[in-house]
Design a protein around this ligand. Structure first.
Ligand code: NAD
Length: 456
């Protein structure tokens, strides 16, 4: 019998299933089978590939309730947001497919001496290695453009959401030719094996450190990479901000998904002159974020994904308090079964406090006061290795633009949380990423351009 790993419900600590993980030989075979299927797949007209993915979108929509329940069971987010995740991604598949087709359309640059065409060809086999926090959304951000572009894919879902990954693969396999989508299950060692296998590109969403390991492993064979990594997003609140609205943004986006969002607000910088009122509002709002059974209506926060994640958050909060932060609320793991951790608010967090620099990925609002000047706000916000998102709150529109331009991040929200449209790229600046997902730039990364020049 092949070795297995336990798939654990973080709300109860119960084992849902024991999942066989792929052996090195099975990973190699999956990559070889994908390669064998890739040529015929890439030869299929892009419109036909697009139509298959659109059918998958319909299957996914029909499966939303069931798949949502499975997400909640495997990783603990509230049932409402789990079903919402499936519906939202299912609803956007057709639009995304259209955008991939448009982004990959041949170009014909003008020349008086040649007929020039630039075509975008698939790379061959793409490995998709993904996390558990949005176990439908994150895989699809790689699978959809990779497949429409004509690549075969070997997909390794997170070891925390293997059944969600398997269901996603099953739905895709219903619309794809045999072999085009391969599934391998397992944790980091299986992911590492997949990176070493005969694939042409790695599409990865996960932590910064795993991304760095993948980059170094991929260097030997110059595999293409897209790495969407972690963050330590700031919110800078200036003295002229709407205190209530800024506090609501800080709380909602520090605690959403029990804080397990790559672009969570993990650092809040508030101007001294409004800090008392702001911190009081943050506490008031955070007190309504109680945790509990994620299947029950009205629960705002489920458990953290695993005991390991709960212990990491706990250790980080304890170290923060030891380093001088004030614990306003929370800060103690909940007793009983499950990996519950309460909404936690820290104030007086110094810039050199360790929690200001390490990704927390838990339900913590961390507040630091500053002198309210633009230079200091920008300096503090940019004092990180990360650069995923950043947010700024001010009534002064010109200042908002100046600050937004100076913040080093892939996306900036002004007087709102991060935004953008379905055509804007998702990108991490600095050590939050390498490459893009989404938008024409992102879609094109699953291809290599080829210029064909014909004599006139
Ligand atoms: P992780 O890096 O631990 O794991 C991600 C995936 O990589 C999993 O499938 C894991 O099995 C695999 N893996 C682990 N070690 C590997 C190795 N050496 N080689 C190949 N694969 C390996 O991250 P996680 O805990 O699953 O997810 C949380 C992280 O993901 C956070 O840092 C979060 O910020 C980040 N994230 C980023 C985005 C984004 O868009 N930038 C989105 C969601 C999550």
């Amino acid at each position: 019998m092949s070795p297995t790993f336990p798939d654990i419900d973080p709300s109860t600590g119960e084992t849902i299933a024991d999942i066989p993980f792929a052996s090195p030989e099975q990973v190699e075979a999956a990559a070889a089978d994908a390669r064998a299927a890739a040529e015929a797949w890439s030869a299929e007209p892009i419109q036909e590939r697009a139509a298959r993915l659109e059918r998958f979108g319909e299957l996914l929509a029909a499966d939303a309730e069931e798949l949502g329940a499975l997400i909640t069971r495997e990783m603990g987010k509230t049932l409402r947001s789990a079903v919402g995740e499936v519906k939202s991604y299912a609803g956007s598949v057709a639009d995304e497919v259209d955008q991939v087709v448009a982004a990959l359309a041949p170009e014909r640059p003008a020349s008086s001496t040649q007929d020039v065409t630039v075509v975008r060809e698939p790379l061959g086999v793409v490995a998709a290695i993904t996390p558990w926090n949005f176990p439908v959304g994150m895989p699809l951000s790689i699978l959809t453009p990779a497949l429409v572009a004509g690549n075969a894919v070997v997909f390794k879902p997170s070891e925390h959401t293997p059944l969600v990954g398997a269901r996603l693969a099953e739905l895709l396999q219903q619309v794809l030719p045999a072999g085009v989508l391969q599934l391998v299950q397992g944790a980091g060692d299986v992911g590492a094996e997949l990176v070493r296998s005969d694939v042409d590109m790695i599409g990865f969403v996960g932590s910064r450190d795993t991304g760095a390991r993948i980059m170094s492993e991929a260097a030997g064979s110059l595999k293409r990479l897209v790495l969407e990594l972690g963050g330590k997003d700031p919110l800078v609140v200036f003295g002229d901000a709407d205190v209530d609205e800024a506090a609501r943004c800080a709380v909602d986006h520090s605690l959403r998904n029990t804080g397990q969002v790559c672009c969570s607000i993990e650092r809040v910088y508030v101007a001294d002159e409004i800090a008392d009122a702001f911190e009081a509002k943050v506490e008031e709002l955070a007190r309504s974020w109680t945790h509990g059974d994620p299947r029950e209506k009205g629960t705002k926060m489920g458990p953290l994904v695993s005991a390991g994640q709960r212990d990491r958050v706990d250790a980080q909060v304890r170290a923060a308090v030891e380093a001088g932060a004030r614990l306003v609320m929370g800060g103690e793991p909940a007793e009983g079964p499950g990996c519950f951790y309460p909404a936690t608010v820290l104030t007086g967090v110094a810039q050199d406090n360790p929690i200001t620099h390490a990704e927390t990925f838990g339900p913590v609002v961390s507040v630091t006061r500053f002198d309210g000047s633009e230079d200091e706000g920008v300096r503090l916000a940019n004092d990180t290795i990360y650069g995923l998102g950043a947010n700024v709150w001010t009534a002064d529109a010109e200042r908002a633009q100046r600050v937004a331009r100076r913040l080093r991040a892939g996306q900036v929200g002004v007087n709102r949380y991060l935004g953008g449209t379905s055509t804007t790229p998702w990108v991490g600046a600095r050590q939050s990423g390498f490459g893009f997902l989404g938008g024409a730039d992102g879609h094109r990364q699953f291809t290599v351009p080829k210029t064909i020049a014909v004599a006139r």
